[in-house]
Design a protein around this ligand. Structure first.
Ligand code: CA
Ligand code: CA
Length: 476
């Protein structure tokens, strides 16, 4: 077991904050040159796949290095308590990009995709299509929608996407494979041939062009999603990669429903496998995941620099998110597919040229991305969309906020996160309750035996936030 040093992380973060303010001022002073004549802001939407909170500005890991994400955060409103609604790629992306909860649409897993539901595609309008309908030019590169989704942008770069997905695996010689998508380790070929480099190149090129209408540009990076394949130069650039904290008896107070729901995916290696040979694979995987974060941070930074050097710098909203978090051994398990903090917590930051800079710990949902961008760009409300616009917090991070963040894994399994607590209720009625003020690793289930009256009242309050299954889903 190894533990991260919270004090040193906070100090390093304060140093970084100092750097932010200088850069933020420099960004604000960028003059607005010629751009599109329509004065509505452009949107640059940046999606990162499977990035948990191991980034500098969220104090997530002592050995992470994310200067570009931190720089954007310093020039944005950073949401430090943001959570995913779908707890894996496909349902998360659907909930974000159609603006509806998994419990409303019925899209709960990676196999039930919108392409199998033509009535859904006919009835509801995705975020880029909504911007297109209102006069925006929409363009995209990389993984924004889940693979297999029918095209949603006017211009999609380097399609078909399967060609892109293959880039990072074509040279790979598997030294110690478990599963085709579960390899990890440095890759030794030219960095310009890595998929996220190609994606950043395309985005920078687009930002350097003249666009006659306001644009909605979405850029989706593939790493740090498995395989954890960073360039060898990035992997070798650091030696220390602390392992996350694990409590040996953590599972003693976790209900059976949790085990059935979160430990049954046979495509994911067990934590025992990672612990073999004195944690050898665990160390390599954490190192490779952190290297992938450094790599994707660099590529995101190239896109950000492309925007800053373009004529659109002072009139473009930048929204960056990850579709869900990730376990790398925490709770003796791996990957996403859970209702715990490690899976649901995500980076989320929104840069509005004239907006506030800072951070808020109010609980927010990725579901808010759709209505937030619609409001910030002055488009009419889409009545089908759920979720609360974050625009009030962007105007004033101290504005009243009564919302919570709800995450869902399969039908009728939900987690409710407020500013302090996480309450989980499984379909069979089993429960968990965690106090993040005292227990950020979620080791002590307060809803177990001997629950106190105060916690029972708390649970009753949080239970009221669990969504019911919508008519749209019952129809299927
Ligand atoms: Ca994902
Ligand atoms: Ca426990």
């Amino acid at each position: 077991m190894s533990l991260m040093n919270g004090a040193s992380r906070r100090i390093s973060w304060i140093v970084r904050l100092g750097c932010f303010s200088v850069i933020a001022i420099a960004l604000l002073e960028l003059s607005f040159a010629e751009g599109n004549e329509d004065e509505r802001p452009n949107v640059l939407l940046i999606a990162i796949d499977d990035l948990n909170d191991w980034i500098g500005c969220l104090d997530g890991h002592p050995d992470t290095l994310t200067p570009n994400l931190d720089r954007l955060a310093g020039n944005s409103l950073l949401f430090t308590n943001a959570h995913s609604q779908g707890t894996m790629c496909n349902p998360s992306r659907i909930s974000i990009l159609w603006g509806m909860r998994p419990s409303t649409t019925g899209f709960y897993d990676n196999y039930h995709q919108v392409r199998y539901e033509p009535e859904f595609l006919e009835r509801y309008i995705s975020l880029p299509r909504y911007f297109e309908k209102h006069g925006y030019k929409t363009l995209s590169m990389g993984k924004v929608f889940h693979v297999g989704t029918p095209p949603q942008f006017q211009i999609e770069g380097e399609s078909p996407r399967n060609w892109l997905r293959g880039l990072d695996v074509r040279h790979h010689e598997k030294p110690d494979p478990w599963h085709a998508s579960w390899d990890f380790g440095p890759q030794d070929y030219d960095e310009s041939e890595f998929v996220d480099y190609v994606i950043a190149d395309w985005a920078v090129d687009q930002l350097g062009r003249q666009h006659d209408e306001p644009f909605f540009l979405a850029v989706g990076f593939y790493r740090p999603h498995v395989p954890f394949f960073p360039p060898s130069g990035v992997y070798d650039s650091f030696e220390q990669a602390a392992l996350p904290a694990v409590e040996d008896r953590d599972w003693d107070d976790i209900p059976k429903a949790a085990r059935a729901l979160t430990m049954s995916n046979v495509n994911i290696p067990t934590h025992d496998w990672f612990e073999e040979n004195e944690n050898e694979r665990w160390k390599q995987a954490v190192h490779a995941y952190l290297a992938c974060i450094r790599w994707v941070d660099t590529q995101m930074g190239r896109v950000l620099a492309g925007l800053e050097q373009s004529s659109y710098a002072s009139n473009t909203i930048v929204l960056l998110f990850s579709d869900h978090g990730y376990h790398l051994g925490e709770k003796q398990r791996w990957s996403k597919f859970s209702l715990w903090e490690r899976t649901t917590r995500v980076p989320l930051m929104i840069h509005v040229p004239e907006g506030v800079r800072g951070w808020t710990h109010k609980p927010v949902e990725l579901l808010s991305i759709y209505p937030t961008l619609v409001e910030l760009c002055g488009l009419p409300n889409n009545p089908d969309v759920e979720g609360a616009s974050l625009a009030p917090l962007i105007r004033n991070p101290d504005a009243p906020w009564s919302h919570v963040a709800v995450s869902t894994l399969g039908q009728n399994n939900h987690a409710v996160r407020d500013g302090r607590w996480r309450y989980i209720r499984y379909a069979d009625g089993a429960e968990e309750l965690y106090d993040h003020d005292r227990d950020p690793n979620e080791w002590e289930n307060l809803a177990g035996s001997g629950i106190s009256p105060a916690h029972q009242d708390l649970i009753k309050r949080l239970q009221k936030r669990i969504p019911s299954i919508n008519v749209e889903q019952r129809r299927r």
